[in-house]
Design a binder for this molecule. Structure first.
Ligand code: PGA
Length: 296
């Protein structure tokens, strides 16, 4: 073999980013080192893999051919690594989980327990909004994803693991705080603080009110549940949030759910992964752990 696996990995990174600099950043190498490796690969192959038109870097036809084979090779080796880890049982291995922001009030604790049980496992957890988690599922970037509703229009396996009720919350001295039952037309008169577009919490809230032919007035849009809680504590309005977001309340019991018709919205968290994906032994064991904890 005249070229190394390392060179193929470097070429893969350059082809993905179409930039030597960004590939170097990803691989923690210098830009000249990346450039030199690609030049060497081109010399061995005898044809250019990349070409420049103006400022833009492109793959040549040969580059596309080499890229396809190097992806197959890297993918096969990844799968081998996974099978070897499976053969070693749960002594070693990696677990990559992506989850929506509301799940961060529950899942890290369960992952913590799992890691105590299997100390050899290296876990990484990405916390982002629904839209970003769906993009990661579509690209098969993680072992499993955790989201607030099964992905729509995607071929995935989705298993419910826990309840995720959404409640209307307000400051405890809010004019509606003592009301026994607040109607939907009444609650939408209040200023709403909502999550960013792309958030599952926001989507579920909008859908619910739309089903009742109502819409709410957005007073403020904030990209995190914590920021929303602070804004409510500051008296800026009401919001629909996961009840779990209230559990670890950094606002000293200042917030409380309101009794609004139709609430709590009964949602669940789902573990999802692309249909046909072979879960690693570690991912299977984690899924089992989540399901056991649900039963318990
Ligand atoms: P979000 O998702 O973090 O995107 O709001 C939460 C959910 O879908 O339950």
């Amino acid at each position: 073999m005249r070229y190394s696996l390392r060179q193929l990995q470097i070429f893969d990174a350059v082809a993905r980013h179409l930039s030597y600099t960004r590939a170097a950043e990803e691989l923690h190498l210098t830009q000249p080192a990346v450039f030199a490796q690609i030049k060497q690969l081109e010399e061995v192959i005898g044809l250019p893999l990349l070409e420049r038109t103006g400022k833009q870097l492109h793959l040549t036809a040969v580059g596309h051919e080499v890229l396809a084979t190097s992806r197959e090779t890297i993918g096969a080796l990844d799968r081998l690594e996974m099978r070897l880890a499976d053969m070693q049982g749960l002594k070693r291995g990696r677990l990559r989980v992506a989850m929506v922001t509301t799940a961060k009030y529950l899942i890290p604790r369960l992952l913590g327990e799992f890691c105590v049980k299997y100390p050899g496992i290296e876990a990484s957890l990405i916390v982002t909004n629904r839209e970003q988690v769906l993009a990661r599922v579509a690209n098969n970037e993680d072992d499993i994803a955790i989201l607030g509703a099964p992905p729509e229009g995607m071929d995935v396996v989705a298993t419910p693991i826990a309840n995720n009720p959404l409640v209307v919350i307000a400051r405890n001295d809010h004019a509606l705080a003592q009301h026994k039952l607040i109607s939907l037309p009444r609650i939408v008169e209040e200023p709403f603080i909502v999550r960013e577009p792309g958030s599952g919490t926001r989507l579920a809230t909008e859908r619910f009110f739309a089903e009742h032919q109502l819409s709410f007035k957005v007073r403020m849009e904030l990209g995190s549940n914590e920021a929303i809680k602070q804004a409510i504590a500051g008296g800026l309005g009401v919001s629909v949030l996961s009840q779990h977001a209230l559990a670890l309340d950094g606002t000293d019991g200042l917030l409380q759910p309101l009794n609004v018709t139709g609430f709590p919205l009964r949602r669940k968290w789902y573990v999802a992964y692309p249909a046909g994906k072979h879960l690693s032994a570690v991912a299977e064991a984690f899924l089992e752990h989540l399901l056991e904890r649900k039963a318990g």
